[in-house]
Design a protein around this ligand. Structure first.
Ligand SMILES: Cc1cc2nc3c(=O)[nH]c(=O)nc-3n(C[C@H](O)[C@H](O)[C@H](O)COP(=O)(O)OP(=O)(O)OC[C@H]3O[C@@H](n4cnc5c(N)ncnc54)[C@H](O)[C@@H]3O)c2cc1C
Length: 368
């Protein structure tokens, strides 16, 4: 998803400390003061803070949903250590962060993985996503957590050419599986939720998991067991060890079980083994790294490349705590330095939010 709210134009940044190429930004590049990579809790708070400071920003995330780890890994778990919120679920926290940055109409580009960065002669950055978006930013704020999340794939070579047609790592549209012989693999919340949802549309539904114990919530496990007893779906203990797809059409799976292997017929496999995070291309941006994290100066959370900042879980410094509240603080300081790249000629005057009339008006307008 890409939303296209208009943003004010930023003036040119004149500082060009490490220009590495001279080509101008392309005409279709989205111009912004700060490009925030990552729509996790820290990226979302950074968008609010950018607005308060007077910076335009755009957020990009590889996932199809905002919220980072909070939504992908523990949406319904309570969080107790957010200042002034004694308890809320991770999902509620993300909803509140979205509400907080709403006054600034920040465009959020989802399903876009940031791949490359180049600094131009004018000091600004050209950032491209693998999906074809291009940004022209005065500064980059990496709030990329552990890196871009991607589904854990089947470790089978023959699965690769079948991806998207017979092998799936998510379900976009239940109707795609109507009347089909479908195998769902995995034992977590996602696998059980989708197995239960698909059983009503698929011609046949088999859940395959390596043991008869699940990490999904108890209520889903009970529902699944009742559905198996009612003959609405089948459950097999085992692991997918091979795909039989003559002429590129999936016909059967080899399931490895204690004591041997079994062949079962299947037209589609939906493998829901969870997500893996991968720092990916950011690791090749020439930033100083330590154990997969980006080294930063704790006075402003700037990386070894001036103009690129790292905040939240991706930042590395002595005694770094991977906590949401630490990321909020880091983002706030980083953006103050980012301002000097976007508006090098201007001195920013700090105003407490409680005395910020423009902010008060924006918040009031967005609440109407
Ligand atoms: C089970 C669990 C419970 C937790 N409980 C707490 C708690 O109680 N309190 C607390 O403070 N913390 C808790 N944490 C830690 C907390 O969730 C993290 O510190 C926090 O999510 C870090 O936020 P972030 O925005 O830095 O990164 P993330 O939440 O990881 O978000 C990063 C985002 O960046 C995106 N991204 C990465 N690379 C790219 C790229 N190249 N292009 C585009 N997008 C990219 C990712 O897709 C992701 O959405 C918990 C963590 C877990 C796993």
């Amino acid at each position: 998803m890409t939303s296209n709210a208009a943003l004010p134009d930023a003036p040119n940044a004149s500082a060009a400390p490490q220009a590495s190429q001279t080509s101008p930004a392309s005409q279709h590049a989205v111009r912004t003061d700060v490009l925030i990579v990552g729509a996790g809790p820290v990226g979302l708070f950074a968008a609010f803070e950018a607005g308060v400071i007077g910076l335009s920003c755009q957020i990009v995330d590889a996932l199809g949903e905002v919220g980072g780890q909070c939504i992908e890994l523990y949406p319904d778990k309570p969080i107790y250590d957010i200042p002034a919120i004694p308890s809320c679920t991770a999902r509620e926290l993300v909803e509140r962060l979205l509400e907080q940055c709403r006054p600034f109409d920040v465009p959020i580009h989802l399903g876009q993985r940031v791949e490359s960065v180049e600094q131009r002669a004018d000091g600004r950055w050209t950032v491209k996503t693998g999906e074809g978006l291009e940004f022209d930013a005065a500064a980059i704020l990496l709030a990329a957590g552990n890196g871009a999340f991607a589904p854990q794939r089947l470790a089978l070579e023959e699965a690769v050419p079948l991806e998207g047609r017979h092998v799936h790592y998510s379900v976009r549209n239940l109707a795609d599986f109507a009347g089909k012989n479908v195998v769902v693999a995995g034992g977590g919340d996602s696998a059980l939720d989708w197995a239960l949802a698909l059983r009503s549309v698929a011609g046949k539904l088999t859940l395959v998991h390596r043991r008869n114990g699940f990490s999904a919530v108890d209520s889903s496990v009970e529902k699944m067991r009742r559905a198996v007893e009612a003959g609405e779906m089948t459950f097999m203990v085992g692991a997918i060890a091979g795909l039989n797809a003559p002429n590129g059409t999936l016909e059967s799976l080899e399931i490895r079980q204690v004591g041997g292997a079994t062949q079962i017929e299947a037209e589609h496999v939906v493998a829901l083994y969870g997500l893996v995070a991968d720092l990916g291309p950011i690791a090749n941006w020439g930033l100083s790294l330590h154990a997969g994290r980006i080294d930063v100066d704790t006075s402003n959370y700037e990386s070894s490349r001036p103009g690129i900042f790292a905040v939240g879980d991706i930042a590395n410094y002595p005694n770094k705590q991977k906590l949401i509240l630490s990321g909020f603080h880091e983002a706030s300081l980083a953006l103050r330095k980012a301002y000097t790249y976007a508006y090098p000629e201007q001195k920013r005057v700090h105003v407490h939010s409680s005395y910020d009339a423009k902010l008060a008006a924006r918040v009031a307008a967005s609440a109407e």
